[in-house]
Design a protein. Structure first.
Lengths: 105, 105
């Protein structure tokens, strides 16, 4: 039985954002993402075929949506992003780990 | 876009465990469960047709499995429970809220 702790086993370096699949089946994917000051590339948006439910568990981040809206996320905040809702990670806290839980469903 | 905070809007009374669906599609369900001293009925097990990934976000709980094993869960701990892996919630902290995030997938 796969188990662990969402706040443990953090990456040792933060050159790249770290994606780790925790569980999944078919096209459903549960993953932990650890960021530190990372953001989406300046150009382009995430534009996904499936909805993504995402919760911020530690740190802080700001999402930007293609319609111009932004959303600050602090620990415990979650948002359900519909399929093809174009979005990007505009900012994550530079001085601490930002831990996300994402469910692509 | 449905959003909220996993630690906010807790139930005002704890006579019953509270289940709240946060997102879902088809047979996939993402839900928050809030317990306070609740446990599964003394008789019987959860025996589910689909796997359940569950994380404990606050509080403390102990799961028991049909094979005799137990698993203590503290904040951040997660476990991926296979379909038909019979289990029960044997104990949750009596003096504080236990907040779970469950993904049935």
């Amino acid at each position: 039985m796969n188990k662990g702790n969402l706040f443990a086993a953090l990456p040792e370096t933060f050159d790249e954002e770290t994606f780790e699949q925790l569980a999944g089946r078919g096209e459903v994917r549960i993953e932990r993402i650890v960021s530190r000051g990372h953001r989406s590339p300046h150009e382009g948006w995430y534009d996904q075929d499936r909805p993504e439910w995402v919760a911020l568990l530690a740190g802080e981040a700001r999402l930007r949506f293609d319609d111009g809206g932004t959303l600050m996320l602090r620990p415990g905040d979650y948002v359900d992003i519909p399929a093809h809702c174009r979005h990007r990670v505009e900012w994550t806290a530079p001085d601490t780990e930002t831990i996300w839980l994402a469910v692509h469903y």
